[in-house]
Design a protein around this ligand. Structure first.
Ligand code: NAD
Length: 367
């Protein structure tokens, strides 16, 4: 049954990790390593059942394969989950034992922060393995990814405006931004710098007030955000907010934001296409965070990171080309772009030097 499941999802390897002494119950899922080592975050969540944890890690790791492929990274997709309550069950032993399991995979899986995990937890993982990103800046880590994600999302907006209107003049358009958290507030700042009109909502009233006072935004209610007369609807909070209840209310002809899993179902994506609404696929638009941490592998460099974010403009534009070429909705075109890249690179028969080769050369040069 389990093999049937992972054969259907296309996973290469699923590792069940347990340590009674450390209280560790974790699953590492490596979906695809054709493009490179599988990179994806570590999530800690009080899953009610083992099956729930397994389904989550399989779904998330597969998602990382597509995200990393579309982002143009030389990385495959993977993810890890720890079954436990982040508020109660964290300990040094827990994260160090997880680190040893990650290390035992010799770099086939590289971990990072995800829901329920912070930079201090990663410090413990880092004591046991070098195959970890998102560590503290003192260890060469890349720090908070949110400003990069926001800058990347702006590139996505420009590519989408260009596709829909033939210009990238952000300042000419009105945006409805849902969520003014880490990414949303940075994204709004960038929009305002370009002179765009920004409507904002958040369940956190102080965050909204800051946007009004410091950035000159117009505040709207949590539910009103869907009715705002605007050009671009930007989900930057939770997933699933473009759904059966909201689709008729959203007036914007462009949906482009940083939140994950914006469409509640694939059918909503089909419907958007029918209505002539351009949806910029979330995982292509919000890839700035993963691009940023990926640079830690070679040695982090901020300038390189900013250059890399600009490629989101090209990636999103390419998705629209594929959608038009094949007459398919953009969410499907993003998946197709990922699959085409993985297939093309997978067919290259020439030998690769790989990471070990590069390190070896580095050592030779240093002698
Ligand atoms: P965050 O927690 O800092 O911000 C989310 C904000 O949304 C909070 O201010 C919260 O109060 C608000 N919010 C929650 N429910 C809301 C609702 N119903 N209506 C309006 N506002 C609501 O998180 P973040 O790091 O800014 O991430 C935002 C989204 O972007 C998430 O979906 C996340 O998965 C995605 N994302 C983030 C990054 C990153 O670099 N941080 C990278 C890729 C994707």
């Amino acid at each position: 049954m389990l093999f049937e499941t992972i054969a259907t999802t296309g996973h290469e390897q699923v590792v069940f990790c347990q340590s009674k002494d450390a209280g560790l119950k974790a699953i590492i899922a490596i979906h695809n390593t054709v493009l490179g080592p599988a990179l994806g975050g570590l999530r800690m969540w009080p899953y009610k059942t083992d099956e729930e944890a397994l389904n989550d890690v399989l779904r998330l790791s597969r998602g990382m394969t597509y995200k990393n492929a579309v982002a143009g990274l030389n990385l495959g997709g993977g993810k890890a989950v720890i079954i436990g309550d982040p508020a109660k069950d964290k300990s040094e032993a827990l994260f160090r034992s997880l680190g040893r399991f990650v290390n035992s995979l010799h770099g086939r899986y590289i971990t990072a922060e995800d829901v329920g995990i912070d930079v201090n937890d990663m410090e413990y993982v880092y004591r046991e393995t070098e195959f970890v990103t998102g560590v503290h800046q003192v260890h060469g880590g890349s720090g908070d990814p949110s400003p990069f994600t926001a800058f990347g999302a702006l590139q996505g907006v420009m590519a989408t405006l260009n596709y829909k209107h033939g210009n990238e003049d952000v300042g000419k358009y009105r945006f409805a931004v849902q969520g003014a958290g880490h990414v949303g507030s940075e994204f709004i700042k960038l929009l305002r710098e370009q002179g765009a009109k920004v409507f904002v909502t958040d369940i956190n009233k102080e965050a909204v007030q800051r946007c009004v006072d410091e950035l000159g935004c117009e505040a709207v209610g949590i539910d009103e955000i869907y009715d705002v007369d605007c050009d671009v609807f930007s989900p930057c909070a939770l997933g699933g907010t473009v759904n059966e209840q909201t689709i008729d209310r959203i007036k914007a002809k462009i949906i482009c934001g940083a939140a994950n899993n914006q469409l509640s179902t694939d059918q909503i994506g089909d419907e958007l296409m029918k209505r002539g609404v351009v949806y910029a696929p979330d995982y292509a638009v919000n890839a700035g965070g993963v691009m940023n941490v990926s640079l830690e592998i070679d040695g982090y460099n901020r300038e390189r990171a900013m250059r890399m974010m600009r490629s989101i403009y090209y990636n999103v534009g390419r998705i629209f080309q594929i959608a038009d070429r094949d007459g398919i909705p953009t969410y499907k075109a993003a998946d197709r772009m990922a699959e085409e890249r993985i297939n093309a690179i997978g067919k290259i028969k020439l030998p690769t030097m790989g990471n070990d080769g590069a390190r070896f050369l580095g050592r030779m040069r240093g002698q």
